[in-house]
Unconditional design. Structure first.
Length: 359
């Protein structure tokens, strides 16, 4: 397996495989240049860390193993291009789609003529590779429909979600926190989180402007910016401090999972101002804890969660909401129920991933 992805996702997945499947039938190649990643993973016999993935590595892996599961298609364009000349590998590849791989694979065509031609070529190669995928796994239910619509493919598809929630301390150790209604009644500070990472698709700057009208209210703005595009994070931090001053806290250092879940329990309102699937590792525990959430009405996450009778507020309405309306608490018990039934069911997770392994 070749999961080129967030360490926490990787660690929980390897633990899940080790505990519930024949681990000696799975081999993990972690594509990373991060020397601090050990987490005892490098002590395992079936885990190997490599700095990058070349065409040769991929071909050798496909020849050695029955199935090759790829998570995060962060390969150089030239390597993807070379792989297109080896159609036999697509009989073995199973693509578990990372959000950006699926929803943001197209480069914006702009710049000089030569640059535009280059970007068009990159888009063509990226699309060609994805269209040849014969086995696709969506980690979020709407991913499957999007994949089929985007690439017009008859590939065999599976839904198999992340397994990190099974090991999340939040669900094992009850977090103590004041709910939104209590905080309003007792005139306590309302904690608002914008996004979950330093990623432009989360539109932090727009959100900061839309929340500007509440700057004199009893609020605290939290901005997790501890991974992603750090230069973009600097811009967001500067703008947030300019607008909200001492009412802002930018999180730039990584936390342990326990620390981060404790932090999330203190958040009252979360804003995910993006149209694509992202941040599920934050959204799931927040839904479980009945946090109030805002997402754009045209986003894939808004529409899916609303289809599950989970109350998500339309982000686009913030411009016209009074502060009283913005912080108004609702009954979010359906969110807790959905997470308990879909994210914390071990047997269900085993069944989903077993279907993938038998593809």
């Amino acid at each position: 397996m070749l999961p080129n992805v967030n360490v926490r996702v990787t660690e929980s997945f390897i633990q899940f495989i080790s505990e519930n499947f024949e681990s000696d039938k799975h081999y993990f190649k972690l594509v990373t240049k991060n020397s601090v990643i050990d987490l005892n993973l490098n002590k395992l016999k079936n885990v190997e860390m490599i700095p990058n993935l070349s065409t040769k590595d991929m071909l050798n892996t496909c020849s050695e193993y029955d199935k090759v599961i790829i998570h995060y298609l962060n390969f150089k364009t030239i390597e993807i291009f070379k792989l297109l000349f080896h159609p036999q590998i697509f009989e073995k590849i199973i693509w578990v789609a990372w959000g950006a791989d699926l929803y943001q694979w197209k480069e914006k065509i702009e710049g000089s003529l030569s640059r535009r031609v280059s970007l068009l070529a990159r888009n063509f190669i990226a699309k060609s590779f994805r269209r040849r995928i014969k086995y696709f796994v969506g980690i979020f239910p709407p991913d499957i429909k999007y994949f089929k619509d985007e690439f017009q493919t008859n590939s065999k598809t599976f839904y198999a979600s992340y397994v990190g929630n099974l090991y999340n301390p939040l669900y094992k150790n009850k977090q103590d926190f004041d709910d939104l209604e209590y905080k309003i009644t007792h005139d306590k500070t309302i904690n608002i989180q914008i996004g979950h990472s330093s990623t432009k698709i989360l539109n932090h700057l727009e959100s900061l402007q839309d929340l500007k009208k509440y700057k004199n209210e009893n609020i605290k703005i939290y901005l997790p910016l501890n991974y992603g595009d750090m230069n973009y994070g600097d811009i967001v931090e500067s703008e947030a401090n300019k607008i909200f001053g001492g009412k802002v806290e930018c999180i730039r250092e990584m936390m342990s999972k326990e620390e981060y879940m404790q932090y999330l329990s203190t958040i009252d309102i979360a804003i995910f101002n993006t149209t694509r699937q992202i941040g599920l590792g934050n959204i799931s525990p927040m839904l479980y804890m009945n946090k109030k959430m805002f997402m754009p009405k045209d986003s894939v996450m808004y529409n899916f969660y609303r289809s599950q009778n989970i109350d998500i507020w339309d982000y686009n309405k913030i411009k016209n909401l009074s502060f009283h309306e913005f912080i108004k608490p609702l009954n979010y018990k359906n969110g807790t129920k959905y997470i308990a039934e879909n994210e914390l069911n071990l047997e269900h997770k085993i069944e989903m991933w077993n279907k993938v392994f038998k593809a």
